[in-house]
Design a protein around this ligand. Structure first.
Ligand SMILES: Nc1nc2c(ncn2[C@@H]2O[C@H](COP(=O)(O)OP(=O)(O)OP(=O)(O)O)[C@@H](O)[C@H]2O)c(=O)[nH]1
Ligand SMILES: [Mg+2]
Length: 310
């Protein structure tokens, strides 16, 4: 495919078009992903999660400055929960606010949560494949840590940053959603706000309970808009990266690929079921169950048996 070849050469416009194909489940998207997949796997993928408004985008912007300064290519995926409840600016506006959106070494893309067949995490996984194939050294994935779908997204990353702010309570969503457990580095942003020292103590106390034998994630304090602490954060990211053994890196990549395979299989199975069971046929099966002609369990096995043989 022409678009695949252009993407592999690092053409930005081809990359943008390719992402659109994947996002829209265009019939050509599978062929595209098949063609570029052998060239994926070369990026370091960092997931950034935290409550709405905790400063994720501002931090990503600051990291982008350091990454591009070291002459490396960067892809940024901002996953927008597009919920009417977050009250944040429209993502387009937020992206435009990022200083590095015009830097030629930076490719920024937003993805909306709603309306993604097969789930947002599946779409994000595919986009990561495209960015890797396009030769990005780093991929930063920003997602709001609220729902399960968003947690899945961040689990695609090889390194996970959890952003906290002094104003969050114990009952904050990130604490609930199981996000604390997956953090490799904690960022205590808005360190210029009152209560930041108290929050740091609480967080450290919480991490003390982490148990022996586990690597205790570092806590980095930042003030994202001024850039304070960003260098330290970048160093912590690099430290963490270089301390990962080859085995650990491979294990994380395996986790992502295993997850992708499972998701693709689920999606294809659902497609086949939908195709094999048009509405009228489905209703006829329901009739048989209603009349107690057959039970739903046996019928389900029969249907799956038929699909399997098809
Ligand atoms: N005082 C202070 N304000 C900050 C800091 N970091 C970010 N902000 C402000 O907080 C607001 C939200 O920052 P964003 O970077 O958009 O936060 P976000 O987590 O990406 O937000 P969503 O994507 O909407 O969840 C902006 O007005 C920032 O200027 C900080 O360290 N200190
Ligand atoms: Mg943001």
């Amino acid at each position: 495919m022409k678009i695949a070849q252009e993407l592999l050469r690092g053409d930005k416009r081809a990359l943008a078009r390719a992402i659109t194909l994947v996002e829209n489940h265009h019939p050509k998207s599978q062929e595209l992903l098949q063609e570029v997949f052998p060239r994926s796997g070369g990026s370091f993928v960092v997931g950034i999660t935290g409550s709405p408004g905790s400063g994720k985008s501002t931090l990503v912007d600051g990291l982008a400055a350091l990454i591009t300064r070291s002459d490396r290519d960067l892809g940024i995926v901002a996953v927008d929960p597009s919920s009417p409840f977050t009250g944040g600016a429209v993502l387009g506006d937020r992206i435009r606010m990022m200083q590095h959106s015009s830097d030629p070494r930076v490719f920024i893309r937003s993805m909306a949560t709603r309306g993604h067949l097969g789930g947002l995490a599946k779409a994000t996984g595919d986009v990561i494949v495209l960015l890797e194939a396009a030769g990005k050294d780093f991929v930063l994935v920003e997602t709001v840590g609220v729902g399960q779908d968003e947690v899945e997204v961040v689990r695609l990353a090889e390194l996970i940053l959890v952003i906290l702010t002094p104003d969050v309570g114990d009952d904050v969503q990130v604490f609930k959603a199981g996000i604390m457990e997956i953090a490799d580095i904690f960022v205590l942003n808005k360190a210029d706000s009152p209560g930041s020292d108290a929050m740091e103590r609480r967080l450290n106390a919480l991490l003390e309970l982490g148990g022996e034998g586990t690597i205790r994630p570092p806590v980095i304090k930042t003030v994202a808009p001024t850039g304070e602490g960003i260098e330290a954060l970048w160093e912590a990211i690099q430290d963490r990266r270089s301390s990962q053994s080859q085995g650990e890196i491979e294990q994380r990549q395996r986790r992502r690929i295993g997850w992708m395979l499972r998701t693709i299989l689920h999606g294809k199975m659902t497609e086949r079921l939908t195709a094999a069971l048009p509405e009228a046929k489905f209703e006829a099966l329901v009739d048989r169950i209603c009349q107690r002609e057959i039970d739903p369990y046996t019928l389900a096995d029969q249907v799956l048996g038929e699909i399997g043989e098809a």
